[in-house]
Design a protein around this ligand. Structure first.
Ligand code: HEC
Length: 115
Protein backbone atom coordinates (compact mmCIF):
# COMPACT_ATOMS: atom_id res chain seq x y z
CA UNK A 1 0.00 0.00 0.00
CA UNK A 2 2.75 2.37 1.01
CA UNK A 3 4.63 1.56 -2.18
CA UNK A 4 1.69 2.59 -4.33
CA UNK A 5 1.55 5.97 -2.63
CA UNK A 6 5.23 6.57 -3.28
CA UNK A 7 4.81 5.76 -6.95
CA UNK A 8 1.94 8.17 -7.16
CA UNK A 9 4.05 10.89 -5.58
CA UNK A 10 6.87 10.34 -8.06
CA UNK A 11 4.45 10.50 -10.91
CA UNK A 12 3.22 13.91 -9.78
CA UNK A 13 6.73 15.19 -9.25
CA UNK A 14 7.68 14.14 -12.77
CA UNK A 15 4.60 15.80 -14.19
CA UNK A 16 5.26 19.07 -12.35
CA UNK A 17 8.92 19.03 -13.41
CA UNK A 18 7.87 18.52 -17.03
CA UNK A 19 5.34 21.34 -16.86
CA UNK A 20 7.84 23.77 -15.31
CA UNK A 21 10.26 22.93 -18.07
CA UNK A 22 7.82 23.43 -20.90
CA UNK A 23 5.86 26.40 -19.60
CA UNK A 24 8.49 29.17 -20.00
CA UNK A 25 9.30 27.94 -23.51
CA UNK A 26 5.63 28.19 -24.52
CA UNK A 27 5.15 31.66 -23.09
CA UNK A 28 8.38 32.91 -24.73
CA UNK A 29 7.16 31.69 -28.06
CA UNK A 30 3.81 33.36 -27.53
CA UNK A 31 5.54 36.65 -26.62
CA UNK A 32 7.68 36.71 -29.73
CA UNK A 33 4.72 35.73 -31.94
CA UNK A 34 2.75 38.64 -30.52
CA UNK A 35 5.89 40.79 -30.84
CA UNK A 36 6.10 39.89 -34.52
CA UNK A 37 2.52 41.08 -35.10
CA UNK A 38 3.18 44.30 -33.21
CA UNK A 39 6.37 44.84 -35.20
CA UNK A 40 4.52 44.40 -38.50
CA UNK A 41 1.83 46.85 -37.39
CA UNK A 42 4.02 49.53 -35.81
CA UNK A 43 7.64 49.30 -36.87
CA UNK A 44 8.11 47.44 -40.17
CA UNK A 45 6.83 50.30 -42.35
CA UNK A 46 9.97 52.20 -41.37
CA UNK A 47 12.51 49.62 -40.28
CA UNK A 48 11.97 47.25 -43.16
CA UNK A 49 11.54 49.88 -45.85
CA UNK A 50 14.18 51.71 -47.82
CA UNK A 51 13.97 55.02 -49.70
CA UNK A 52 11.83 56.60 -47.02
CA UNK A 53 11.51 60.32 -47.14
CA UNK A 54 13.21 60.73 -43.77
CA UNK A 55 16.28 62.77 -42.95
CA UNK A 56 17.80 59.67 -41.39
CA UNK A 57 17.11 56.13 -42.61
CA UNK A 58 15.87 53.81 -39.86
CA UNK A 59 18.57 51.30 -38.95
CA UNK A 60 18.12 47.57 -39.60
CA UNK A 61 17.31 45.87 -36.32
CA UNK A 62 18.65 42.35 -36.95
CA UNK A 63 21.11 41.19 -34.29
CA UNK A 64 20.46 44.36 -32.30
CA UNK A 65 21.45 42.87 -28.95
CA UNK A 66 24.60 41.20 -30.27
CA UNK A 67 26.13 44.56 -31.09
CA UNK A 68 28.26 46.48 -28.62
CA UNK A 69 25.93 49.46 -28.87
CA UNK A 70 22.74 50.56 -30.59
CA UNK A 71 23.14 52.61 -33.79
CA UNK A 72 22.83 55.79 -31.70
CA UNK A 73 25.70 54.65 -29.48
CA UNK A 74 23.41 53.93 -26.50
CA UNK A 75 23.93 50.60 -24.72
CA UNK A 76 22.33 47.58 -26.47
CA UNK A 77 20.15 46.55 -23.52
CA UNK A 78 16.48 45.65 -23.10
CA UNK A 79 15.96 48.71 -20.90
CA UNK A 80 17.43 51.07 -23.50
CA UNK A 81 15.38 49.61 -26.37
CA UNK A 82 12.23 49.77 -24.23
CA UNK A 83 13.03 53.45 -23.59
CA UNK A 84 13.56 54.08 -27.33
CA UNK A 85 10.15 52.59 -28.16
CA UNK A 86 8.37 54.54 -25.43
CA UNK A 87 10.10 57.90 -25.96
CA UNK A 88 11.04 57.74 -29.65
CA UNK A 89 14.37 58.96 -30.99
CA UNK A 90 15.13 61.53 -33.72
CA UNK A 91 12.42 61.13 -36.37
CA UNK A 92 11.14 57.87 -34.81
CA UNK A 93 7.86 58.67 -33.06
CA UNK A 94 7.09 57.96 -29.39
CA UNK A 95 4.83 54.99 -28.77
CA UNK A 96 3.82 56.13 -25.31
CA UNK A 97 0.11 55.51 -24.80
CA UNK A 98 -0.09 53.55 -28.07
CA UNK A 99 1.60 50.38 -26.83
CA UNK A 100 1.08 48.78 -23.41
CA UNK A 101 4.00 47.65 -21.20
CA UNK A 102 3.21 44.11 -22.26
CA UNK A 103 3.32 45.10 -25.95
CA UNK A 104 6.72 46.71 -25.45
CA UNK A 105 8.02 43.60 -23.65
CA UNK A 106 6.74 41.39 -26.47
CA UNK A 107 8.43 43.62 -29.03
CA UNK A 108 11.75 43.45 -27.18
CA UNK A 109 11.37 39.67 -27.00
CA UNK A 110 10.78 39.60 -30.76
CA UNK A 111 13.76 41.84 -31.50
CA UNK A 112 15.94 39.33 -29.60
CA UNK A 113 14.94 36.65 -32.14
CA UNK A 114 15.77 38.80 -35.18
CA UNK A 115 19.16 37.66 -36.37
C1 HEC B 1 8.37 56.70 -38.67
C2 HEC B 1 9.36 55.66 -38.84
C3 HEC B 1 9.68 54.75 -37.65
C4 HEC B 1 8.83 53.94 -36.97
C5 HEC B 1 7.34 53.76 -37.17
C6 HEC B 1 9.66 53.22 -36.00
N1 HEC B 1 10.96 53.64 -36.09
FE1 HEC B 1 12.51 52.95 -34.96
N2 HEC B 1 13.75 54.34 -35.82
C7 HEC B 1 13.38 55.19 -36.85
C8 HEC B 1 14.52 56.04 -37.19
C9 HEC B 1 14.54 57.14 -38.26
C10 HEC B 1 15.55 55.68 -36.29
C11 HEC B 1 16.95 56.34 -36.19
C12 HEC B 1 16.76 57.51 -35.27
C13 HEC B 1 18.00 58.35 -35.06
O1 HEC B 1 19.05 57.76 -34.70
O2 HEC B 1 17.88 59.57 -35.21
C14 HEC B 1 15.04 54.59 -35.46
C15 HEC B 1 15.78 53.93 -34.49
C16 HEC B 1 15.35 52.81 -33.81
C17 HEC B 1 16.17 52.01 -32.92
C18 HEC B 1 17.64 52.26 -32.59
C19 HEC B 1 17.73 53.24 -31.43
C20 HEC B 1 19.15 53.63 -31.13
O3 HEC B 1 19.39 53.99 -29.97
O4 HEC B 1 20.01 53.59 -32.02
C21 HEC B 1 15.39 51.00 -32.44
C22 HEC B 1 15.79 49.92 -31.44
C23 HEC B 1 14.07 51.16 -33.03
N3 HEC B 1 14.09 52.27 -33.85
C24 HEC B 1 13.02 50.32 -32.81
C25 HEC B 1 11.72 50.56 -33.29
C26 HEC B 1 10.58 49.75 -32.93
C27 HEC B 1 10.61 48.52 -32.03
C28 HEC B 1 9.50 50.32 -33.57
C29 HEC B 1 8.05 49.90 -33.47
C30 HEC B 1 7.45 49.93 -32.16
C31 HEC B 1 9.98 51.45 -34.34
N4 HEC B 1 11.33 51.55 -34.14
C32 HEC B 1 9.18 52.26 -35.13
C33 HEC B 1 12.16 55.24 -37.49
C34 HEC B 1 11.01 54.57 -37.09
Amino acid sequence: MRRVHLCFLWWWLALIAALLDIWPACSDQHASQRGHELFQQNCAMCHEASNLDLKKQPPKLEGLFQRKALPSGAPATDAQVRKTIINGIGTMPSFQGRLSDEDVNNLVEYLHQLN
